[in-house]
Write a protein that binds this ligand. Structure first.
Ligand code: FES
Length: 579
């Protein structure tokens, strides 16, 4: 239905800027008219901000300008007034020291853009890993009606008859080079096959996971997550979302109506079923903190424990997002969860309906891609949350990406004090390490790196790789790329840089990992641990600029690594005008 001002139900916040005849109203309208907008567009219809994370240095979102045009078409059709607004775009593959350091900055910028500008509702145009959570976090803190449209994954990469999964193939090939199984020339040739179309990583990495999280949370229209970036249906989805946001503004359907505890539970279970990225843990916890839902690490363990991983995508499985889409995409997975009693069916979505209404008719078109439960990649596909004297605040491990034979392991620690120490030592043939060792990496958490880099899946020593070994137990306070794999304990909390027990592990200490018991134990007497902790001194904190702000205010990974002062919803009351 198209709305006209006569049928519009209430005065919208954009009218504070545009709806009057005062000097200030003329100032706001008049300047915008330099782009050729007729006067009747300011008559009370909703102004929809298309918050676009397009950027040429965010290649995964490089096609979002084109997609924005389809969003605009939908908004015009439904009687809204679309205005495209560029927002901070934290690109995963270029930002240093890590895009994660800028997620909160992006979220803060988006929140302020929404509140400070004449926006009645927003389309969040996102894709690359951090862009999706940061925009959802910012929108949640304003609680203005918002809908997520992701850019969609790249088409499959192919190299010499094999699928090339974004990231996953890169990690694998670089290990093959170290093991002498692949030549540098072949590696360079494979580079051409890695990104053959627009779009985000084509594995079930963090971008695909967060697109799936947005859909499972109900923040995107059903089916959004898996449509390839270049498929015409991606553009249809953009247009339909543009239409939909206008109705959402009319209905005042806000993030707080959608982002309920029920929605977060659905997202956690979905993550288990898709074999999603461990990065979802920090992003979903941070998002819950923005809307006041008391979600914890223990919810991740409890809710995901009985969920089998049925989506056969890299890095846990074989296929890529293109095949996931052809098989029916996320609606099939949500339907499966619903049939298994693991979906809160009434959870409201941006469509205005309960999630079950959106997925109940989904059909699985390929059981090799979305597996029957009896063929699941992992019976317990959720995120295992480990605790013990090495991780009193918790640590996470992704069972579907780990080696079953290492799920219980006791080994001697080989310690790297930070990532530079790791790089300096790892290729040393004299390093006292073998496949039974436990690799420990410190000072890579939110404050330590700073930003909590994706270095937790540190590569194995070449001398171990040459034996044909492909996995070892690795422990750190870092994150891991969603495209990566291995028996990797991540997000160890409290992190080393704030004096967590990880900080005092020494070479030769025995460490025991018992995933079934959810235990991570440093086999050192408690008195010795206390003595070492008393001797510990904190690393230097960054001074000046954003790095200082980040270091001062970032919270631990166990609660989502948000800034302490950004938790919660601050609403979208119209600020005073100083003109
Ligand atoms: Fe952007 Fe993977 S690096 S989606």
């Amino acid at each position: 239905m198209t709305f006209t001002p006569a049928t519009w139900p209430r005065k919208l916040r954009s009218q504070e800027w545009y709806g009057g005849t005062s000097r200030d109203h003329i100032y706001h309208r008049g300047w915008l008219k330099n782009q050729g907008y007729p006067h009747d567009l300011f008559d009370g219809r909703p102004v929809i901000g298309i918050l676009n994370t397009w950027g040429e240095l965010t290649p995964c979102n490089g096609h979002l300008r084109e997609l924005a045009e389809k969003v605009k078409a939908g908004i015009w059709e439904a009687g809204g007034f679309p205005l495209e607004v560029p927002v901070f775009s934290a690109s995963e593959n270029t930002f240093r020291p890590t895009a994660m350091m800028y997620r909160n900055l992006a979220a803060m910028a988006v929140e302020e853009v929404m509140r400070a500008q004449p926006i009645d509702g927003a389309v969040l145009l996102v894709g690359c890993d951090k862009t999706t959570p940061s925009l959802m976090m910012g929108a949640a803190s304003t609680d203005l009606p918002s809908i997520v449209v992701t850019g969609g994954p790249m088409l499959n990469g192919w190299f010499r008859g094999e699928r090339v999964g974004s990231g996953t193939a890169l990690w694998q090939m670089s290990e093959d080079i170290k093991a002498g199984k692949m030549s540098k020339e072949d590696f360079l040739e494979a580079e051409q096959a890695m990104s053959r179309s627009s779009g985000t990583c084509n594995t079930m990495g963090t971008a695909s996971t967060m697109a799936s999280m947005a859909e499972a949370l109900g923040m995107a229209l059903s089916g959004n997550a898996a449509i390839p970036a270049v498929d015409a249906r991606r553009r249809v989805m953009a247009q339909l979302s543009g239409r939909r946001i206008v109705q959402m503004v009319k209905d005042d359907l806000k993030p707080s109506d959608v982002l309920t505890r029920a929605a977060f539970e659905n997202a956690i279970r979905t993550n288990g079923a898709i074999g999603g990225s461990t990065n979802a843990v920090v992003h979903i916890l941070a998002l819950a903190g923005r809307v006041g839902v008391n979600l914890t690490l223990d919810d991740w363990d409890r809710l995901g424990r009985d969920v089998p991983t049925v989506v056969n995508l890299m890095p846990s499985g074989k296929y890529l997002m293109e095949e996931f889409f052809y098989a029916g995409g996320l609606p099939v997975v949500l339907k499966r969860l619903g049939e298994g009693g693991m979906l809160n069916k009434d959870a409201l979505t941006v469509s205005g309906s309960g999630i079950w209404d959106e997925v109940r008719d989904a059909v699985n078109w390929n059981e090799a891609v979305i597996l029957p439960v009896e063929k699941a990649l992992a019976a317990s596909g959720g995120i295992a949350v480990l605790r013990g004297n090495l991780a009193p605040g918790g640590a996470v491990l992704k069972p579907s990406a780990a080696s079953p034979e290492l799920m219980f392991h006791r080994g001697r620690a080989v310690v790297f004090e930070d990532i530079d120490d790791y790089k300096a030592k790892i290729a040393d043939e004299d390093l006292d390490i073998d496949e039974t060792s436990v690799m420990v990496l410190k000072n890579c958490g939110p404050k330590g790196y700073p930003g909590m880099s994706e270095v937790g899946n540190m590569g194995l020593p070449p001398k171990v790789l040459r034996k044909g070994i492909t996995d070892m137990v690795r422990i750190s306070d870092a994150r891991m790329s969603g495209t990566a794999y291995g028996t990797v304990v991540l997000h160890t909390s409290p992190e080393a840089a704030v004096g967590g027990p990880l900080a005092i592990v020494r070479d030769g200490d025995m460490i025991e990992l018992d995933v079934a018991a959810r235990r991570l134990h440093l086999d050192v007497p408690e008195e010795e641990i206390a003595r070492r902790l008393a001797e510990w001194t904190a690393p230097e904190a960054p001074v000046g600029g954003y790095a200082q702000l980040f270091h001062t205010h970032v919270e631990g990974a166990d609660t989502g690594a948000d800034f302490d002062f950004l938790r919660g919803c601050r609403g979208a009351a119209v600020p005073k005008d100083s003109h």
